[in-house]
Design a protein around this ligand. Structure first.
Ligand SMILES: NC(=O)c1ccc[n+]([C@@H]2O[C@H](COP(=O)([O-])OP(=O)(O)OC[C@H]3O[C@@H](n4cnc5c(N)ncnc54)[C@H](OP(=O)(O)O)[C@@H]3O)[C@@H](O)[C@H]2O)c1
Length: 275
């Protein structure tokens, strides 16, 4: 039996979809904070269990009987609270006697570093110390931060794509590719004890403007912005601008057994998606 935690989120739903192409629904359990709030998962025929990262007892019950557990990281932004969520889940996994854990970590979390890797590194360490058989999937930033359908439609409508990245490379990946990679690791052999650095095919915003023009049939000009945009997007633009997202690995391609989804296909899908 495979159990997916935080399964009601965007990544969790995609992982459940990919698992159901490989396994009968009876072998898949979705652990969610509030089962009554996840009718979309119940409709897929999987078993729902209550598993709240703030409630250790619920996690021990939710994880019981798992041959493999996918521990999807908490969306909590406060590093201490996030670390507590993850360590509670690792303790519960050990107490429940799960066969192995697959954890969605973040690039760069192999060492203690401030920022996003902080809680992920602590969790990787806790998993190591737990002695549980495990696989670590270090995710890049999700491509949807830039390729979300409403953002792309707005750029096409305006005929402009604002670029605060300095045109530098992005090694992001789509949730759908990361979900498929998780399903591969959860259902196939040979991944225990491994830590994968997942990055997609590198791309840039200038390429995105060209791709948007081609796919939509409407000219979309790239407009360079020197000032950071307000909020999280500006923070991410700054990271890209520093060249921090230009590192690339072949791990995602190797686990998927195919290249990650390219820009043309991602844009075509996003523009074609129902609004
Ligand atoms: N690499 C990136 O660029 C990136 C970007 C965003 C997030 N992330 C990380 O990747 C994870 C998955 O991303 P996503 O897009 O699927 O996020 P998402 O759509 O926001 O889903 C987050 C999930 O966490 C669940 N959750 C929140 N608090 C919980 C708790 N106390 N106990 C158990 N579950 C709880 C939510 O459940 P409810 O339905 O009950 O709210 C939801 O299922 C995120 O949680 C975050 O750690 C990475």
């Amino acid at each position: 039996m495979i159990i997916v935690s935080a399964a009601s989120g965007a990544l969790g739903g995609l992982v459940i979809d990919r698992l159901l192409t490989r396994l009968p629904a009876a072998e898949v359990v979705a652990a969610v904070r509030d089962p009554s709030g996840a009718p979309q998962l119940a409709a897929r025929g999987v078993t729902l269990r209550r598993g709240d990262y703030d409630d250790a007892d619920s996690l021990r019950t939710a994880f019981a009987g798992a041959d493999r557990l996918l521990l999807i990281s908490s969306p909590e932004l406060d590093p201490e609270r996030r670390t507590r969520h993850h360590l509670t889940a690792v303790d519960a996994a050990r107490a429940a006697g799960v066969g192995s854990v697959v954890y969605t970590s973040f690039l760069g979390s192999d060492a203690p570093r401030p920022g996003v890797p902080d809680a992920h590194h602590a969790t990787e360490q806790a998993l190591h110390d737990s002695g549980l058989p495990r696989t670590v999937l270090r995710h890049p930033f999700y491509s949807e931060a830039y390729l979300d359908a409403p953002l792309l439609r707005a750029a096409v409508a305006a005929g402009e794509l604002i670029d605060g990245t300095g045109g530098r490379g992005l090694n992001t990946a789509l949730r759908a590719d990361l979900a498929e990679a998780a399903a591969v690791v959860l259902t196939e052999e040979g991944h225990l004890g491994r830590a994968y650095d997942f990055t997609g095919e590198p791309w840039t915003l200038p390429e995105l403007a060209l791709t948007l023009s081609r796919v939509s049939g409407t000219p979309v000009a790239r407009v360079e912005r020197d000032e950071p945009a307000p909020g999280p997007r500006g923070w991410l633009d700054g990271l890209v601008r520093s060249g921090a997202l230009e590192r690339r690995t072949g791990d995602l391609r190797a686990v998927l057994g195919r290249p990650a989804t390219g820009l043309e296909e991602a844009v075509t899908r996003a523009l074609g998606a129902a609004s």
